[in-house]
Design a binder for this molecule. Structure first.
Ligand code: AKB
Length: 313
């Protein structure tokens, strides 16, 4: 079967691993990777790659028509830390690109969308522990507001126009292949690079700041699984909570030190502390378990082992 897929923001942290996974599954030529800048990365250039600004609807439509794209993964976005510095730019990037793909699906030019939401949809009044799928949200960050608004629009387009859009509320994602950029949970990736290079790390979040996290391998599996799942138990148009592990910088440092003796951590919280303080400590993914059988494979210990193994020289 000819199943053509386009990834927007393919060079980013999630986009890179999604490109690899989708090409393995559907074949190199059936998955078009795209990003705003050219890349020398052999991973991207192993199959079709397009330089594409996802805010440019005409360019986007041209690529979709040219390759006869059926499914779009919209991974281009500005994350929480950068969005606080450039609120208007973040809002237009995060919202315009979503409207473009939703409207293309409404006009039947594509048939399926994946759009990532985030734990950032929750805010300071949200229950902190085991946060349920539905509760008070009221995010206090620009990024969180764009994600919550995006969730509402996805549901609206699904109910009103029958658009097949699927979504997950990703926790902080930890990976070794590509570094994240501009997020509040980025410390949990940085720490591994610095631990291996220097044996020490200065955290921009305070020691007790607990946040929900997930290893990239699980996040990619969750993404492919929600996109493949075809049963009435799956609610389309809603963004599911998914969960794997929760820890704070001190606990992560202790686990790294167990596996990399001598590692030391210091703390210098910056503006991202306030963002992290507004997010839950842990997430309940009961609905994802029930509706499409979600289950993570990696806990913190297994994740640390795998990260150190892949990043160590
Ligand atoms: C961020 O920190 O902004 C992201 C997220 C939790 O969505 N990693």
């Amino acid at each position: 079967m000819h199943h053509k897929t386009l990834i927007l923001g393919a060079c980013g942290q999630i986009g890179t691993e999604l490109t690899i996974a989708l090409r393995e599954k559907y074949g190199l030529n059936n998955v078009v990777a795209s990003d705003i800048r050219a890349t020398e990365d052999p991973v991207m250039n192993a199959g079709p790659f397009e330089i594409l600004d996802a805010t440019d609807i005409h360019a986007l439509e041209d690529v979709i028509m040219h390759y006869e794209i059926e499914t779009v993964y919209l991974m281009a976005a500005m994350l929480s830390g950068t969005a606080e510095k450039f609120p208007m730019k973040a809002w237009s990037l995060n919202m315009d690109t979503l409207f473009h793909v939703l409207n293309l699906a409404k006009d039947k030019k594509i048939s399926k969308i994946f759009w990532p939401s985030s734990i950032a949809v929750f805010g300071p009044d949200t229950p902190k522990q085991n946060t349920p799928q539905q509760c008070i949200m009221a995010p206090s960050t620009v990024y969180g507001m764009s994600k919550l608004a995006g969730e509402r629009w996805c549901e609206y387009y699904h109910l009103k126009y029958g658009v097949d859009v699927r979504s997950l509320r990703y926790p902080g994602l930890i990976s070794w292949k590509t570094q994240p950029g501009g997020g509040t949970t980025d410390y949990a990736v940085d720490i591994f690079h610095k631990a291996i290079e220097n044996g020490s790390y200065e955290s921009f979040l305070a020691p007790q700041t607990t946040l929900p996290m997930m290893y990239m391998e699980d996040a990619i599996r969750a993404t492919l699984s929600i996109m493949d799942f075809e049963s009435t138990s799956l609610k389309k148009g809603i963004a599911y909570n998914i969960s794997a592990m929760s820890f704070n910088p001190e606990e992560l440092a202790q686990e790294i030190a167990k596996q990399l003796p001598g590692f030391t951590m210091s703390y210098a919280p910056d503006f991202r502390q306030a963002i992290a303080d507004s997010w839950p400590d842990s997430i309940s993914d009961l609905e994802a378990q029930n509706d499409w059988h979600w289950k993570p494979h990696f806990n913190m210990e297994k994740m640390v082992q795998d990260m150190l193994q892949h990043l160590s020289p």
